[in-house]
Design a protein around this ligand. Structure first.
Ligand SMILES: [Zn+2]
Length: 174
């Protein structure tokens, strides 16, 4: 069964939030890719690369140690545009069902004394980190999630027709 959505996302209308990007079927299991959108694309400055890298390490460590969720987590990593992260989980939950997890994950950044794995043995660019600005971004996003928890636009993407390239291929960014 082909579950790749035929719609695209209108990036001019996106606000930060937790969104389903795509649902795939792997054998008997569904897996869901979420966009965890931290900044408003092309309006707010995107997250700087060093802070993004620190948020990647800290939140990946949080998610993969959370007793309730760690077995569901397939992947956590930054978007190339630096406006958010991809989270891939087993199953097919509504974005609202992972709200508490993401809020707790971003809140946990505040408590970090150091970036886990920021050593030459564990990281491909261990000097490219910025814990203080990572904390600033994490606090801003967590406060935003808490303030807007009741709004549907932080859980549902504005959709548009998928772009087709000149040679007839559909455009994807992940
Ligand atoms: Zn790294």
């Amino acid at each position: 069964m082909d579950l790749i959505p035929s719609f695209s996302v209108d990036h001019t209308k996106i606000v930060p939030g937790i969104f389903t990007s795509r649902v795939d079927v792997l054998g008997d299991e569904k897996i869901t890719t979420y966009d965890i959108r931290v900044t408003k694309p092309n309006v707010e400055p995107a997250v700087d690369v060093a802070s993004m890298h620190s948020l990647e390490h800290i939140i990946a460590t949080y998610l993969r140690n959370d007793e309730e969720w760690k077995d569901q987590v397939i992947y956590w990593g930054p978007m190339g545009c630096l406006t958010g992260f991809y989270l891939i989980l087993k199953g097919n939950r509504e974005p609202k069902e992972i709200y508490d997890l993401l809020l707790a994950a971003f809140r946990s950044v505040e408590d970090a004394d150091e970036v886990p794995g920021a050593t030459a043995e564990n990281c491909g660019n261990y000097q490219m980190h910025n814990l203080e600005i990572a904390k600033w971004h994490a606090r801003k996003f967590a406060d935003y999630l808490a303030k807007n928890a009741g709004k549907s636009e932080i859980f549902e993407y504005p959709k548009s027709e998928r772009l087709v390239t000149e040679d007839g291929r559909q455009f994807f960014d992940s």
